[in-house]
Ligand binder design. Structure first.
Ligand SMILES: C[S@@+](CC[C@H](N)C(=O)[O-])C[C@H]1O[C@@H](n2cnc3c(N)ncnc32)[C@H](O)[C@@H]1O
Length: 294
């Protein structure tokens, strides 16, 4: 089960009030949305979006969703397209937006789409069929392009070596499974790589997932469209797990504050307490930034 990250802090900054309309743009299993729903009930509304259609289908079968049918709407889609989605659903602008970026433990464990380097699964690593699977990405990219992606999005210093190994195998046969890709990466790195602190495939998998799903582009797009999604005085809360994502959020919030569009509520990003990190190690790299629209 996916444990919601920085739950108390999300509620504090999103500040959902009874009767409000709140969007959870990355609803997943509804870890945050469930609490938001409690806060806006009985007259408010939660609009939950996830790019992963299978998660939305699953969520619609949950008893807490069925029990609040008139207060929650669930749609599968890309949060970057929120202005169009709201229009299509005949919904106005919202009082709050939550984005909890990346993927979830549920997707690693149960999606069968190759997010885990420990499982032998088809090499998709994508949230939606709208994005080209990683198996295709690594086939189509040139070695130099692949190395640049692994370096930039994964911070992997052995990116050239890893990209070379992937392309060498890829020339002979199609790489179609996550375990196969992980083994190629592991074989191309030294035995005691990083003192075995992390699996040698960790950073390359992260980079390929971010690239294949256009994660940085989607984030930039939604940040540029906040006034089309949110009312004046609405709150936006974004949790990121990657330094490049956090830098994009920081830069856009500063730009929007200078333009008089919003006021930043978190001078520095909020991080998980030691207590939360012990309970949920995934929260270690989480950074929360929040702002209020003017
Ligand atoms: C970290 S999880 C969210 C967890 C959720 N807050 C909870 O506590 O249950 C991130 C979710 O965002 C979804 N996602 C990633 N990119 C997306 C996008 N561009 N649009 C909509 N959903 C996206 C993923 O499918 C995943 O379910």
């Amino acid at each position: 089960m996916h444990i919601p990250v920085l739950l108390k802090e999300v509620i504090e900054y999103l500040n959902p009030e009874p009767g409000e309309f709140i969007i959870d743009g990355t609803i997943n299993g509804g870890g945050h949305a469930k609490i938001i729903l409690d806060k806006i009930s009985p007259s408010g509304k939660v609009f939950g979006i996830d790019w992963d259609e299978s998660l939305i289908k699953k969520l619609k079968r949950e008893s807490w969703v069925i029990g609040h049918k008139s207060s929650i709407t669930l749609i599968s889609g890309n949060y970057a397209d929120l202005p169009e989605i709201l229009k299509k659903e005949k919904l106005g602008k919202a009082d709050g937006l939550l984005l909890d970026l990346g993927f979830s433990s549920e997707q690693i464990e149960n999606s069968n789409r190759g997010f885990s380097f420990d499982k032998d699964e088809p090499l998709y690593m994508t949230y939606s069929a709208e994005s080209a699977p990683v198996a295709q990405v690594i086939r189509e990219l040139k070695e130099g392009e692949l190395a640049d992606i692994i370096f930039k999005l994964g911070g992997e210093r052995l990116s050239r070596k890893i990209a070379k190994a992937i392309k060498e195998v890829s020339k002979k046969k199609r790489i179609t499974s996550s375990l196969e890709l992980a083994e190629i990466i592991r074989a191309s790195t030294p035995k005691n790589y990083e003192n075995q602190r992390i699996d040698p495939a960790t950073r390359t998998f992260q980079a390929l997932r971010i690239y294949a799903n256009h994660e940085l582009e989607n984030l930039e797009k939604v940040l540029n469209r906040l006034p089309d999604i949110l009312k004046p005085k609405a709150r936006v809360v974004i949790i990121s797990f990657h330094s490049l994502e956090d830098a994009i959020i920081k830069k856009h919030f500063q730009k929007l504050e200078l333009a008089g569009i919003l006021k930043i509520l978190t001078k520095k990003p909020i991080e998980a307490s030691m207590e939360e990190i012990v309970q949920n190690p995934k929260s270690r790299s989480a950074k929360l930034r929040a702002a209020i629209l003017i």
